[in-house]
Write a new protein. Sequence first.
Length: 306
Amino acid sequence: MDLNSIAYHRSEFKKLSDCNVNVATHALQYGTAVFGGIRGYYSESQKNLLIFRVDRHFKRLHQSAKMMQMVPPLSEKEMANILIQVARLNNYRQNVYFRPFLYKSATQLSPRFHDVKDDFSLYSLKMDDYLDTNKGLSVCVSSWRRIDDNIIPTRGKVSGGYANSGLAKSEAVQNGYDEAIFLDTRGYVCEGSAENIFLVRDGKLITPPVSASVLEGITRRSVMEIAKSEGIPVEERDIARAELYIADEVFFTGTGAQIAWISAVDRRIIGDGNMGSFTERLRKRFVASVLGEDAEFKSWVTPVYE
Ligand code: PMP
């Protein structure tokens, strides 16, 4: 983290090192914040930083806030403008990750959501790969179950809910895997610690439905739109654990992960252990899309510089 980078905090643009909160802040005590994760891709050919699906991300942030009875001090558009200004103030000429969040900023003891002030902050960091997307990932099914939507809404990015992600991620990495796959409380395949999951079986793309306590991933939705354009059938349905082992291809999607292929689940090699042809096709279009080079999906990116 570059503490000298410019961030937005308490209605001001300032150095990240000056963006602090009191230890008694509600959000710090109870994880009462909702956040987003947005990528900016630097296009060498256009000499511009392109923000991926910025409108969708701020729409989801507002939806997360609504679920948690938060009152955003800024509109979706105002937040998007702040992101663009932060990008410009840092004069980014490389791939970047933006982290906007709304948090309960009052120093207040009760964990309630209503009548506690909310604030908005945004910081950023340079980021290329979050997971190594060149090699196949070796993942495990977590011994931790995904929190259910009736416990903490999983279709919102609620900070406190990420304790669940942290437990699964650490368990996986400390046991020698790259990532974890959660099952939901019913025992069906759900998602990764910070990624949605897709399988390919018999030429069909399969992913758990949004009712399976998964985040409504923006990359997930984008990959489904690309698949549609490629004429690849997509099925949203419950997936049993053992289907992972016999799938032709398995991959994660996410803002951080992008499209990350999985070569083994619980030490079972997926397909022939190489990146599958469907994953490769989707990845190619996805990479072109984030760089504003796909004619059909040009509207997905917003340039930072004029
Ligand atoms: N699931 C979880 C739990 C996540 O944290 C993320 C990352 N935001 C995703 C899925 C992927 O969502 P998106 O494609 O919108 O980044």
